[in-house]
Design a protein around this ligand. Structure first.
Ligand SMILES: Cc1cc2nc3c(=O)[nH]c(=O)nc-3n(C[C@H](O)[C@H](O)[C@H](O)COP(=O)(O)OP(=O)(O)OC[C@H]3O[C@@H](n4cnc5c(N)ncnc54)[C@H](O)[C@@H]3O)c2cc1C
Length: 394
């Protein structure tokens, strides 16, 4: 590999967002390299991956436009047609159904590893030069180009660098971009479980004052747990034996799906809100979790990242068609302007929901119960909320 050669665009980070960006930009005709510090994603085994995401229709549409949606093994994907949300404190309940959107489903539960693997398979065919086990340290703009310094002492040049290097983004830090946000002091405990009652292709979410618990339907009839808990409590859940863990999840989920039986190892992921103050710096644009890491309660992290990808490709394609330098400040400012306000609004909305459901004060519980009941009885409001989650323009 000749690393010193200049490439149009270098994407740093080959997670779901960076890999999609690299693929979309290559398909749009740009010369693209993708660097990732880790190993390439492994071909999915017979057992479903512990990490799954709820993909919104906007994400599925983008992946379909890129020709990868049909490459995902449909037998491993679960479409969810409804969502049921309820409040442990106030007792109010909310139902969302795909019919609200005149759609077949609200979204799809897909394994992270399966999606990553399918994306990486498509990269080479699209002409993306992929380098795994390569760590970028910083990106410096000078003389109309960006220079990326790598950990092994080598460097790369490009017109534009995209930082899709995750929530702790080393490139964002090196560029001196601060983040706003907070550490939730929570971890999301994840596991797959068998359930006594059928999941009915419904995403179940109960808000407890310790954090939200979601049971997402899987294609094989099991459910995938995402349970946000204070750090110490999450550690305790990881240490329980299977029977005690099943009882704890069952009680916390109100036994809506009957008795539960663990069917996988467990893991826990620390949760933070981290919103970059700027989405661009000279010859550098941020996307995905590098730009906005959000609480998983709305299942929107990847979906927001894929909306960044769509916007960035549109902006760069238009700039290129006008003969503009794709790494020029006004071009990146256009992308940053279009994405940052929407991403910030969503990140803080999820944060506000997280705070609201932790409150135990009777007046607050009464107010949120009233609010949920109003939403439940107002189809136009429900359609607005479901449409926003689906990625409809607002
Ligand atoms: C429990 C849980 C449940 C979630 N559920 C959902 C959901 O249902 N729906 C949803 O949309 N989102 C969900 N999310 C959020 C989602 O997982 C993230 O938003 C998403 O994974 C971010 O993808 P990314 O590609 O931006 O970053 P990452 O997945 O963090 O990828 C970053 C990549 O950059 C690489 N990298 C890092 N530093 C460097 C470097 N210096 N040089 C080169 N490479 C580097 C890493 O190796 C990695 O591959 C959930 C998150 C959690 C924790």
């Amino acid at each position: 590999m000749s690393r010193r050669a200049e490439t149009g665009i270098v994407v740093v980070g080959g997670g779901m967002v960076g890999a999609t960006a690299a693929l979309a930009l290559a398909r749009a005709g740009f010369g693209v390299r993708l660097l990732d510090a880790g190993a390439p994603p492994q071909r999915p085994g017979a057992e479903l991956d512990l990490r799954v995401v709820a993909l919104a229709p906007s994400s599925a549409r983008l992946l379909d436009d890129l020709g990868v949606w049909t490459q995902i093994d449909a037998a491993r994907v679960c479409a969810y047609r409804a969502m049921h949300v309820w409040d442990a404190g106030g007792g109010a309940e909310l139902d969302f159904d795909a019919a609200l959107l005149d759609a077949q489903c609200l979204g799809w539960i897909v394994e992270n590893r399966l999606l990553s693997w399918v994306l990486w398979q498509a990269l080479a065919a699209a002409g993306v030069r992929v380098h795994s086990a390569v760590t970028a340290r910083s990106c410096v703009a000078a003389d109309g180009q960006a220079r990326i310094e790598l950990d092994d002492g080598e460097s790369l040049r490009a017109r534009l660098v995209l930082a899709a290097d995750g929530r702790d983004s080393p490139l964002r830090r090196a560029a001196g971009i601060d983040v706003d946000g907070r550490d939730y002091g929570q971890r999301a405990v994840v596991a797959h479980l068998h359930c006594e009652r059928p999941h009915r292709h419904t995403a179940w979410q109960r808000f407890l004052d310790t954090g939200p618990l979601a049971l997402l339907p899987l294609a094989d009839g099991r459910v995938s747990l995402v349970w946000s808990l204070p750090d110490a409590e999450a550690q305790r859940m990881l240490a329980l034996d299977d029977a005690a863990f099943a009882r704890a999840v069952g009680a916390a989920s109100d036994f809506r799906l009957g008795a539960l039986r663990p069917a996988s190892p467990r893991a826990a992921f620390p949760l933070k809100l981290a919103l970059a103050r700027r989405f661009a710096a000279p010859r550098l644009a941020l996307l995905g979790d590098a730009a906005h890491a959000v609480h998983p309660l709305a299942g929107q992290g990847v979906n927001l990242g894929l909306r960044d990808v769509r916007e960035l490709v549109d902006v760069l394609r238009a700039a290129h068609a006008r003969g503009q330098d794709i790494g020029a400040e006004p071009v990146l400012a256009r992308y940053a302007r279009r994405r940052r306000s929407g991403d910030a609004r969503d990140a803080y909305a999820f944060d506000a929901i997280e705070r609201l459901f932790k409150q135990r004060a009777p007046a607050v519980v009464a107010a949120r119960t009233l609010g949920m009941r109003v939403i439940q009885r107002t189809p136009a409001l429900k359609r607005l909320l479901a449409g926003h989650a689906a990625g409809w323009p607002v």
